[in-house]
Design a protein. Sequence first.
Length: 305
Amino acid sequence: MRITILALLLSSSLLSGCASTSSQEPESNSRPHVVNNVIISEPLVVDYVSESNVAKLTHLINYVKLEKDKLAELLYERGVIYDRMGLRTLSQLDFQRALSLRKDYADAYNFIGIHLTLLGQYNEAFEAFDSALELEPEHSYAYLNRGIALYYYGRPELAIDDLEQFHVKKASDPYRAIWLYLAEHKIDPEGAKLRLIYNSHAIDKNLWAFQLVELFLGRIDEQTFINGMAKNVSSTRQLVDRLCEGYFYLAKLKLQQGEEEAAKNYFRLALTTNVYEFVEHKYARLELDRLYRIAKKRFEQANPS
């Protein structure tokens, strides 16, 4: 159970900060801009609340005498904020420090595993995820993140096992069905599509992300999907979140269709949102790096020295 010391100490300032941020946001910011048939928005910026929380947590960590478990919790919380701000190295350092104080911190192992996956250190990442699951066998997101790591490591058959575990815990979640589909598609594209059709029956059709399922099933086309990302949005943040997710999965679809250049552009659009905490943003960079390496290898093969 998470320690609530931060919430107790900072609750009034956090609430006032959130209220002032949302009330001062210009209404026009949430309006999408269409350029060359794609929707763009201003990238997410680090908000005052996150910066303020980092400052307050840092003060507590450095100047308040705390028990080891409480200090580990504050380090973990600051690490999460750093991750949300895109400061991955600082985030990783805090998670490591948290683990040095509390060896049974499953959430910290899970985050460390994600960062190691992004660095391509897969064996170490698997060890971190395994540790998280040994400590908390029902840690759903450790299954997701280990499954994604196995997927990028080139072991989709093992990824399916983990992603299936993640999916069955909440079959109404479209993202869970999609990640399972992506892994299954590596092995059996037609079977994966049939499975996604079956899994789609359990998904809440009122969720915006159900459009992602419709996209992969070919029930809506690319432009219809893009146009749909801007419908019924109430804030800049909601729009930017959708763009990050939508362009990432559009890129994945384009890769399945063999359109690598289009995929690169959609991955780039996902990255421009700056929604650092989203899985889709994290792995858009990894996907691009892989595509660049493939392109470089093809160039070298075509132009031997």
